[in-house]
Design a binder for this molecule. Structure first.
Ligand code: AHR
Length: 499
C-alpha cells in the first residue's frame, strides 16, 4: 500500500502554540494526593511535591496546567485551600464521592507549577457559586495588594500577585452529572456577567466559556450557539472536551478517533463563526480543548460504586496500550492541524487519573505508553504548522465509516531549518509513504522514530515493565531529488525529521 504527501512551506496554518501541550491536575482520585503531592514520600521535596513526578512533567514538555477541576470545581470553595494547612476544613466532594482534606490548595498549586515550569490555568466554580466568589478568587490571586483579599494572600506568604492569565468560567455545565448543571441560557447569562466582572478586576486575563462536554451531547452545537450569544464579546475561548473509549475492543474504530475530533473542531468553529457573523464581531474566537484523551469509561461507575466516603481513592487509573498511544499521537496531529483555531489544549489528566504519568503511593513513578507521543510532539512541534493533504487508501470502521489509513501534519522551524512530519498509519498493513519535499532547500533525513502497535497491540507499561512500549529509531529516510519514501509500520505513530 502506498500514500503521498506534499510538503510546502507556503501552506502555513499558523504557529504551533506551546499552549497546545497543556495538561490537567484535578482534585480527583490520586492525581493530586499520591500523584503530584505526597508528603513523606522518599522523593518528596520539603513542600511534599514528588520530585520524580516533577521531573517527568518537565520531560513530558507540558506548557500549561488546568486546575482544580473538572467536575470537582463545580462544588469547590477555593477559600478552603488557603491559610495554615492545619486549619483547613475537610469537605465532602460530591463530584467524586470523596473526602477532600484541602491539604493542597491554591498556594501549593502555584508553587508546584513554578517548579514544574508550567503556566497555571485556573477554573472558577460556576456550579454552586457565582460572580462574587469568582471575583474574590481573582482578586486574591492577581491583585497586587491593599485590599482585603490581596492582603490576605500576602499574609499567607505570597507577597507578589500570581498573575494567572488563563481562567475557565466553570466546567461542563451542560452535563446533567455536573453539580449545579444549567441550561445553556442560564449558564450563558451567568458566564457573561462573571466574565464582565472578572475583566473589571483584571483586564489582562483571558477567559474560557464552557462549550459541550462532548460532541455526542444532545445539546451539542445549540449549547455553543446560545452560550456564545451571551458571552462572545466577553470571552476569548470556547472549550471543548472529548474522551475516546476503547472498551468495546473495536480497534479499527478507536484508531479513527481523530476523525471525530477533527469534525468536532470544525463544527465548534462553524458555530462560533455563525455567532460572530450574526453579532458583527471581527475577532475570531479560539477553542480551548481543555480535556481530551483516551479513557476506558466503563470502569468509572465500578470505581465509584465500590466504596463510601474516603480520601484520594484510586479512580480511573487506566493502563494504556500501544494502540492507545497511536490514538493519542493522532489526536495531537489533529490539534496541531487546527493551530489557527485551537489556542489551548489540555490532556486529561497529568498523574494517575487517565494519565501519562503513573505512580504507586510510596513507590515509583513511570511513563505510560501515551507519555511518548505527547513528549515527542511537544519537543519537535516547533515553528509553523503546515497543511498536508495526504493521498491515501481508506479502510472501513463501524463507528466512522470509511476513513483514510494515513493522517499527517508537518511543522516547519524556519529559524533552525528543520522540518518535522508527524504521521499515523491506522491501517493493519505497512504503508509506503512518498514525501515530496522539493519546496524545501536540499532537505536531508535526520531521524525516523516509530511507535508500532501491530505486533503487540495490548502491550502496556507497568511498574514491573515501565519501558515495554517506547518509540524506536528506524532507518533514517534518504532524500533523493527532494523526494523520499518511508515505511510506516502497520498501526503506528511516527516522527520524521529533516534538516
Ligand atoms: O477528567 C475527568 C473528568 O471528565 C472531569 O472532571 C470532567 O470535567 C470530565 O467529565
Amino acid at each position: 500500500r502506498t500514500a503521498q504527501v506534499t510538503i510546502d512551506p507556503a501552506f502555513a496554518i499558523g504557529a504551533a502554540d506551546r499552549r497546545l501541550f497543556g495538561s490537567f491536575v484535578e482534585h480527583m482520585g490520586r492525581c493530586v494526593y499520591g500523584g503530584v503531592f505526597e508528603p513523606g514520600h522518599p522523593e518528596a521535596d520539603d513542600d511534599g511535591f514528588r520530585t520524580d513526578v516533577l521531573a517527568l512533567t518537565r520531560e513530558l514538555g507540558v506548557s500549561v496546567v488546568r486546575y482544580p477541576g473538572g467536575n470537582f470545581v463545580s462544588g469547590y470553595r477555593w477559600e478552603d485551600g488557603i491559610g495554615p494547612a492545619g486549619d483547613r476544613p475537610r469537605r465532602l466532594d460530591l463530584a467524586w464521592k470523596t473526602i477532600e482534606t484541602n491539604a493542597f490548595g491554591l498556594h501549593e498549586f502555584m508553587a508546584w507549577a513554578a517548579r514544574a515550569q508550567v503556566e497555571p490555568m485556573m477554573a472558577v466554580n460556576l456550579g454552586t457559586r457565582g460572580v462574587q466568589e469568582a471575583c474574590d478568587l481573582l482578586e486574591y490571586t492577581n491583585h497586587p495588594g491593599g485590599t482585603a483579599w490581596s492582603d490576605l494572600r500576602r499574609k499567607h506568604g505570597a507577597e507578589q500577585p500570581y498573575g494567572v492569565r488563563l481562567w475557565c468560567l466553570g466546567n461542563e455545565l451542560d452535563g446533567p452529572w455536573q453539580v449545579g448543571h444549567k441550561t445553556a441560557a442560564e449558564y450563558g447569562r451567568l458566564a457573561a456577567e462573571t466574565a464582565r466582572a472578572m475583566k473589571l478586576v483584571d483586564p489582562s486575563i483571558s477567559l474560557v466559556a464552557c462549550g459541550s462536554s462532548n460532541r455526542g451531547m444532545p445539546t451539542f452545537a445549540s449549547w455553543e450557539a446560545t452560550v456564545l450569544e451571551h458571552t462572545y464579546e466577553h470571552v476569548d475561548y470556547i472549550s471543548a472536551h472529548t474522551y475516546y473509549d476503547p472498551s468495546d475492543g473495536d480497534q479499527a474504530s478507536i484508531l479513527a478517533s481523530a476523525v471525530d475530533m477533527d469534525n468536532f473542531i470544525r463544527e465548534v468553529v462553524a458555530t462560533a463563526d455563525h455567532v460572530a457573523a450574526k453579532q458583527r464581531h471581527r475577532r475570531k474566537l479560539k477553542i480551548s480543548f481543555d480535556e481530551w484523551n483516551v479513557w476506558y469509561q466503563s470502569r468509572l461507575q465500578a470505581d465509584l460504586d465500590r466504596r463510601g466516603w474516603v480520601e484520594a481513592p484510586a479512580l480511573i487509573e487506566d493502563t494504556f496500550t500501544a494502540v492507545d498511544a497511536v490514538v493519542v499521537g493522532d489526536l495531537l496531529i489533529t490539534l496541531l492541524r487546527h493551530a489557527d483555531r485551537v489556542g489551548v489544549a489540555c490532556q486529561a489528566q497529568l498523574a494517575n487519573v487517565i494519565a501519562p504519568i503513573r505512580t504507586r503511593t510510596g513507590g515509583p513513578a513511570w511513563r505510560q505508553s501515551i507519555f511518548h507521543p505527547f513528549a515527542l510532539t511537544a519537543r519537535y512541534a516547533r515553528g509553523t504548522v503546515l497543511r498536508t493533504e495526504p493521498v491515501a487508501p481508506t479502510y472501513s470502521t463501524a463507528r466512522y465509516g470509511d476513513v483514510p489509513v494515513l493522517d499527517t501534519v508537518a511543522v516547519h522551524d524556519e529559524e533552525r531549518g528543520e522540518l518535522t512530519v508527524f504521521a499515523v498509519n491506522r491501517g493493519d498493513t505497512d504503508l509506503a509513504l512518498d514525501l515530496d519535499l522539493r519546496s524545501l532547500a536540499r532537505p536531508s533525513g535526520r531521524s525516523h522514530l516509530t511507535l508500532a502497535a501491530m505486533d503487540d497491540p495490548t502491550a502496556c507499561n507497568t511498574e514491573a515493565e515501565p519501558d515495554r512500549v517506547t518509540p524506536r529509531g528506524t532507518s533514517i529516510p534518504t532524500v533523493d531529488g527532494g523526494r523520499c519514501t518511508v515505511a510506516l509500520p502497520a498501526v503506528s505513530w511516527n516522527v520524521l525529521r529533516f534538516a
